[in-house]
Design a protein around this ligand. Sequence first.
Ligand code: 2P0
Length: 349
Amino acid sequence: MSQLLAPFHSVTIQDFESSWTSPANIAFVKYWGKKSHQIPANPSLSMTLSECTTTTKTKFQAANGLTVRLKLNGKSEEKFATKIKDYLESLQDELPWILNLSVEIETSNTFPHGAGIASSASGLSAFALTLTEYLTHLKSDTEETLFYKRASYLSRLASGSACRSVYGGFTSWGDSALPESSDLFATSLKVHPKLAALRDTVLVISSEEKTISSRSGHGRMNEHFFAEARYSQARDNFSRCISALQRGEMDDVGMILEAEALALHAMMLTSPEPYTLLKPNTLSAINAIWDFRKETNLPLYFTLDAGPNLHLIYPESQKNKITTFISHELAPLTENIIHDKTGIGPKKC
Ligand code: 2P0
């Protein structure tokens, strides 16, 4: 049992209601491949976003048995309710009383489904933060560092990437040479002031539902011929990316960002059951970005999540010329564009 949840093993259930808003994040070094109990195969590192958030209001009450009702934007969503119920059931060894709860959730996102922004990171971290607040309501423990560590631990068990959303700025997750690093929860990462405010302009190339889930993608890494090489590359990129972020070297960060995005999609293309989530316009936009960089030397770099949509990362200070290029050259390749930037992390509302 984790020390983080041990104080809450036996409690008297009380009624409680609270709301949290939590942001999505974009991985600079990717989590792709995991061991059991949501232990990542390599450390990952991400930037927390500002505008793309989920707000979740949750009501916990004593009940005979565990029931979960969930409304997304006012509409009942059976699939998400089942996901939360499975998640809560998975916590029963550490929190046995959880099987006697009625849970009512109302949730809404500021960004559309299929926008290339993982709603599981924002949605599940928002829910885990509310659950963490509920735990401290049941047994008071007001230590703030432990609160967020616990929230990150609980977020990870719901969805790996969600554990990185509980802190603002930059976050790392996974055992590494960093002090206090852990496979069990994420920690905050200090970066050079020059890179503390980056933009993330998301090119929505396609908003179609993806054909292969991230869960299945992680699973395919288990039998992957290149798995060990990939994990070793990720560990190397992780330490090089942290060093570049702390030195304030945008171009070094950018080269790693792109290498990580391409490696992630190369893993999909070369997995035992190969697939790709890239679209022709993803490749057209990548080529246009490379040409733009060659011509202007401006620090515009891309990354990809597990989907066809590009996240364009660049310093706030360079936004004028870069946004002009985006709206003239890249916008015609997209369905939609979302403007985001480095965010300050979740908040209770
Ligand atoms: C990441 N992704 O680091 C990587 C890069 C997508 C591409 O983590 O199974 O939804 O819930 O732990 O976190 C997506 O996988 O997977 C992901 P689960 P998750 O952001």
